[in-house]
Design a protein around this ligand. Structure first.
Ligand code: NDP
Length: 334
């Protein structure tokens, strides 16, 4: 029975020494509680924010606290009326092999027959993020151009496929030839551009001859710089994530405020940030719409599953600079 705790706060890129793996004793479940065996842990970019004590939309993980995270678990013992041993649930146990939590915090896993791991990716938090950002903010229309970066990941891959379903043109941005080939040939985007290329900005302009109507912002940094001049009048920008800045890069190099605000004004841009929980009451609608398409294979997804809780720190660190290829999940137990 092991867990991974935050040993110290990183400055810049996290290092292995910011984490500590430790053995612990599992308490007995009290009335209303459930004892869980964790099967899969989701690793997500937002966890970088929880390692820092800067003010944000959620509280930081305390030093020596268990790293936060969502897991798929099997119920081992239950003192809650809604759950029985053998049930498979989604829980916020953090980075741990076992846990005791209150039954009210659990939800049953529903994947419409798709594999269990999809409940952490395309049919879980990242999938619902893509769906909500597109449905409530991006609102792509027939014939429009939608651009998204981190396009092989769980959020970006669904953004592009939802754009196609709405009759729009999907242009993906990804790092390196393998990810780019997958985005175009595997996911069916209309075009893909490699953000690591020297000619990235001109390649992107060439891939968007009619400009950009929806830019689903996942990364910030040099990708935003290349997209801004291409945004059409009345373009929508759901601001979902800024992974290029999570390790602290690019905060003070140039003042982009004048150029950004002048584009917002002259081209009547809508730039709207959101956190997935804002739209949580629509999670059922998301599952009903996307779940059957994932189960039938109409909507594609890719998972990067690594084995063993002890792998979590190094794979999480790698994800922040593109080391993952697909939704990053740690398999903890069979
Ligand atoms: P991914 O699995 O796609 O992993 C992150 C990817 O970001 C990397 O694989 C890499 O892809 C890309 N990346 C990293 N650094 C850079 C950079 N400097 N420039 C360009 N691309 C970079 O992550 P998710 O799909 O889980 O998340 C995507 C975004 O959505 C993140 O910003 C995340 O924080 C955000 N998010 C926001 C939520 C919300 O509620 N607002 C909820 C869930 C996610 P590549 O190698 O292709 O460059």
């Amino acid at each position: 029975i092991r867990r991974i705790v935050l040993a110290s706060r990183p400055t810049g890129q996290p290092e292995a020494g910011n984490f500590r793996i430790e053995n612990f004793e599992l308490p007995e479940a009290a009335e209303g509680e459930v004892t869980l065996r964790c099967l899969y842990l989701s690793l997500d970019p937002y966890m970088r924010g929880r390692m820092s004590d800067a003010k944000s939309y959620a509280a930081p993980v305390p030093i020596d606290g268990v790293m936060e995270g969502e897991t798929i678990c099997e119920v081992v013992k239950s003192r809650h009326t809604a759950f029985s041993p053998g049930d498979i649930v989604r829980a916020r146990t953090g980075w741990t092999t076992n846990a005791v939590v209150h039954g009210d915090t659990l939800t049953r896993v529903e994947t419409h027959g798709a594999p269990l791991t999809t409940a952490l990716g395309v049919l879980g938090m990242p999938g619902s993020t893509a769906w909500s950002g597109m449905k409530f903010i991006g609102k792509p229309k027939q014939g429009e151009t939608v651009v998204v970066a981190a396009a092989s990941g769980p959020v970006g891959s669904l953004v592009g496929q939802l754009a196609k379903l709405a009759g729009a043109r999907a242009v993906g941005i990804a790092g390196g030839p393998d990810k780019c080939a997958y985005v175009k040939d595997g996911l069916g985007f209309d075009a893909v551009v490699d953000h690591r290329s020297q000619d990235f900005a001109s390649d992107l302009a060439a891939a968007c001859p009619d400009g950009v109507d929806v830019y689903f912002e996942n990364v910030g940094g040099h990708v935003w710089d290349a997209v801004l001049p291409l945004l059409n009048q009345f373009a929508r920008v759901p601001v979902c994530g800024l992974v290029a800045h999570y390790n602290g890069a690019g905060s003070a190099d140039t003042d982009r405020l004048p150029i950004t605000m002048s584009a917002v004004l002259r081209r009547s841009l809508l730039i709207r940030g959101f956190i997935q929980t804002e739209f949580i009451s629509h999670f059922g609608d998301f599952l009903d719409e996307v779940g059957p398409r994932v189960a039938s294979g109409d909507i594609k997804y890719r998972e990067d599953i690594v084995d063993g809780l002890e792998r979590a720190p190094e794979d999480f660190i790698g994800m922040l600079t593109g080391g993952n290829f697909g939704k990053l999940i740690v398999k903890i137990a069979d």
